[in-house]
Design a protein around this ligand. Structure first.
Ligand SMILES: *[C@@H]1O[C@H](CO)[C@@H](O)[C@H](O)[C@H]1NC(C)=O
Ligand SMILES: *[C@@H]1O[C@H](CO)[C@@H](O)[C@H](O)[C@H]1NC(C)=O
Ligand SMILES: *[C@@H]1O[C@H](CO)[C@@H](O)[C@H](O)[C@H]1NC(C)=O
Ligand SMILES: *[C@@H]1O[C@H](CO)[C@@H](O)[C@H](O)[C@H]1NC(C)=O
Ligand SMILES: *[C@@H]1O[C@H](CO)[C@@H](O)[C@H](O)[C@H]1NC(C)=O
Ligand SMILES: *[C@@H]1O[C@H](CO)[C@@H](O)[C@H](O)[C@H]1NC(C)=O
Ligand SMILES: *[C@@H]1O[C@H](CO)[C@@H](O)[C@H](O)[C@H]1NC(C)=O
Ligand SMILES: *[C@@H]1O[C@H](CO)[C@@H](O)[C@H](O)[C@H]1NC(C)=O
Ligand SMILES: *[C@@H]1O[C@H](CO)[C@@H](O)[C@H](O)[C@H]1NC(C)=O
Ligand SMILES: *[C@@H]1O[C@H](CO)[C@@H](O)[C@H](O)[C@H]1NC(C)=O
Ligand SMILES: *[C@@H]1O[C@H](CO)[C@@H](O)[C@H](O)[C@H]1NC(C)=O
Length: 597
């Protein structure tokens, strides 16, 4: 153990740079002038083979290694830095194929020569992405999935664009991360690197999380930022792309989920309950209006308490998901996850279009969430005004070309939209945001439409239905501010053999049961409490009010009889019979009953 630690220490010190020796050998890395990017094939006795060493600036070496390495001769501006440390942080052992070279082989040749500064950027010049990285990968430039590069570039610009929005800590973090991201991508352009779009994408993607969490030697970390700073980073970057889903940005959320954040979940939950208590039992009208009224109160208190970020979970029919993943070719799970999230993104884009979110100043982001076998859509919303108002002149122009195309792309557009609204949306698309949006109102509208089942979402020509909507109180959405179920999906026919789960139904499941009070077996159908209330105008409901679903007996449904004879149209018999004890039926099965007024 002790010996290992010693070795590590030794390595850290000398890895600091073997290098300066090779100056004599190659003579192509001048201590003052470099040029950066020249390479030399070299064998150290700490490695098993020859590897490339690249001429870098001392600043670059210090930045990329977070201060653990530097030119051995600290007065040098340039020195050779070995590939195995630069890319893999390994100061001895096996030389990987990416770094391997042959001392007798020809020097690497490049099709597109890059200026020397590209090979040793300081991490602050955002034009590096366009002037260096994109030039080295010309074929990947039009790759639509090139999210990570676009993200990194956007991130780099964040430092300047959002200057006023960040706290000093947030600003320091952004600066450190942009440097980290850039220097970690530099090996991609090394002359000996075999350049493929796949490598570009995966390297760019992999770099992100480590850079957010530990961008440099200091204690800066994404997790230590305030919620405000986290939101600013997220939404400012999101504002540069119109599509709901962006894998790299999802990566930022994943990192956030890993932070132990101090949330006000219980506090807000209590506040919501307090407000709800004030309105329940007052002026009951009909069940649907009561549900909407309660939902509105919940949303208002939730949004007012600025839970960060504002997240919702949406459910669609299971078979809507089936079709989405079937259409794509099966490959590695990671790609399938992205495909599902892209589908979720399309749904939310269609939803946003139907609800006119862009015009109303709402920013949104969405991805697919898989919890066991249950798929859902996670949706984040924010006020665009808050994050976009500062760049009302410059950014709109720069982003115009890419966003315009997306807006015109009718494939994801809501088909039911009539011509006049379409034109209106186009006309107003570039007008700057004038005022903040009211997220409570936006979400109340959405909740009402989900409940009423009036959304008409078409994705690739298929109808997609939202069945449920929850507001999230915590990052993982384990606690809900509100729950809404579409009334449309409370009348489906389910599988008669299944039981009736309190939360999951399924709706329409039937069982043949003899209930206390009746003289024979009758059909019980699994229904939601709200459906029963709605259908009977509040006269019937689940015995256990906390249940979403309960069994609704045929005699009550058809004849409003809560005891006595079972009529022939409700009667069931034979192998379908299920026998429950009295206690089970009353306490768990929770049949509905007549409300005694
Ligand atoms: C970035 O580097 C390029 C090339 O060296 C230079 O022309 C440009 O001015 C630099 N930009 C900034 C903001 O430093
Ligand atoms: C961005 O910020 C840096 C450091 O504050 C500054 O040197 C640079 O000029 C700024 N660039 C732009 C385009 O504002
Ligand atoms: C609710 O009841 C209060 C008095 O209890 C009454 O003043 C108010 O107008 C009622 N509101 C509605 C919407 O019926
Ligand atoms: C799935 O897609 C096929 C063909 O695209 C279509 O016929 C079918 O109705 C779809 N099913 C659902 C549930 O949307
Ligand atoms: C938007 O730009 C205009 C000038 O083009 C400026 O007067 C206005 O203050 C800007 N708005 C914001 C919120 O920065
Ligand atoms: C936007 O597109 C126009 C022509 O369609 C082109 O002239 C212009 O250079 C593009 N701008 C950017 C920033 O790509
Ligand atoms: C958009 O719709 C027009 C006709 O309405 C059609 O010609 C065009 O191909 C469509 N574009 C896409 C990307 O589907
Ligand atoms: C919408 O536009 C199409 C073709 O542009 C036209 O055939 C149709 O009548 C229009 N519908 C309405 C409601 O204006
Ligand atoms: C969009 O523009 C139309 C006229 O071009 C205007 O009547 C409408 O109010 C605008 N909508 C918004 C949200 O600015
Ligand atoms: C947002 O809308 C709700 C409901 O209409 C309203 O009660 C609330 O005061 C509004 N909030 C703001 C900030 O305007
Ligand atoms: C639900 O939709 C129907 C018809 O689309 C409409 O008449 C009704 O007012 C809506 N209910 C609510 C609460 O929006």
């Amino acid at each position: 153990m002790k010996r290992q630690q010693l070795i590590a220490l030794y390595l850290i010190i000398i890895a600091a740079c073997y290098i300066c020796h090779s100056e004599a050998v190659a003579g192509t890395c001048n201590r003052w002038f470099g040029p950066a990017g020249t390479v030399h094939c070299y064998k150290s006795n700490r490695y098993d083979d020859y590897q490339w060493a690249i001429c870098r600036t001392n600043t670059y070496v210090k930045t990329t290694s977070k201060g653990r390495h530097a030119c051995r001769d600290s007065t040098r501006d340039y020195c050779y830095y070995q590939c195995m440390i630069d890319e893999f942080d390994r100061a001895n052992g096996v030389v990987f194929s990416q770094c391997k070279c042959s001392p007798t082989g020809p020097p690497p040749t490049v099709k597109v020569p890059l200026p020397a500064w590209c090979y040793s950027p300081d991490g602050r010049n955002c034009s590096w992405y366009r002037k260096c990285l994109n030039k080295a990968y010309p074929k990947c430039e039009n790759d639509k999935d090139d999210y990570a590069i676009k993200f990194a570039e956007k991130f780099c610009q964040l430092y300047n664009e959002s200057y006023k929005e960040f706290s000093p800590e947030g600003k320091k973090w952004v600066d450190a991360v942009r440097k980290c991201l850039q220097v970690k991508l530099v090996p991609l352009i090394d002359t000996f690197r075999v350049k493929t779009c796949k490598d570009l994408k995966s390297t760019a993607f992999k770099t992100h999380s480590p850079c957010y969490l530990k961008p440099d030697r200091s204690s800066l970390s994404y997790c230590r930022l305030s919620n405000e700073d986290k939101d600013t980073v997220f939404w400012t970057i999101k504002s540069s792309i119109l599509k709901a889903f962006w894998p790299t940005l999802k990566g930022l959320l994943d990192v956030r989920k890993g932070c132990s954040e101090n949330t006000k979940t219980q506090e807000v939950k209590a506040k919501i309950q307090e407000e709800v208590n004030k309105i329940t039992n007052k002026n009951k009208t009909n069940p649907v209006n009561d549900v909407i009224r309660e939902m509105n109160v919940r949303i208002k208190v939730w949004v007012q308490n600025s839970v960060s970020p504002i997240q919702l979970t949406m459910f669609i029919r299971d078979n809507d998901w089936d079709n989405a993943s079937k259409r794509r070719k099966r490959s590695v799970p990671d790609d399938r996850e992205i495909a599902r999230s892209q589908f979720a993104g399309k749904i939310v884009d269609a939803l946003a279009s139907e609800q006119m979110w862009k015009d109303k100043g709402v920013a949104w982001f969405a991805y697919a969430e898989k919890d066991g076998n249950i798929m859902s859509i996670r949706l984040l919303v924010a006020d665009r005004f808050k994050y976009e108002r500062r760049d009302n002149s410059t950014k709109h122009q720069r982003m115009d070309n890419s966003t315009k195309h997306q807006r015109m792309d009718n494939s994801t557009k809501h088909v039911g939209m009539d011509n006049s609204t379409k034109h209106q949306r186009m006309d107003n698309s570039t007008s700057p945001l004038q005022q903040p949006t009211n997220l409570s109102e936006i979400l109340m509208q959405l909740g009402k439409d989900v409940l009423n089942g009036t959304l008409n979402l078409q994705i690739d020509g298929e109808n997609v239905e939202i069945t449920k909507l929850n507001g999230c109180l915590d990052l993982k959405c384990e606690e809900h501010a509100f729950n809404i179920k579409s009334l449309k999906f409370q009348e489906n026919n389910g599988n008669p053999k299944e039981a009736c789960d309190a939360d999951n139904g399924p709706d329409g499941a039937r069982q043949c049961v003899k209930l206390p009070g009746y003289n024979d077996y009758q059909w019980l159908t699994c229904r939601t409490n709200s459906y029963i209330k709605l259908k009977t105008n509040g006269k019937h409901y689940c015995t256990d009010q906390s249940r979403t679903y309960c069994r609704y007996q045929c005699m009550l449904d058809k004849y409003e009889k809560s005891s006595g004879d079972v009529y022939s149209s409700c009667l069931c018999s034979g192998s379908q019979k299920v026998t429950y004890s009295f206690a089970y039926v009353v306490l768990l099965a929770a049949v509905s009953f007549l409300l005694v007024r």
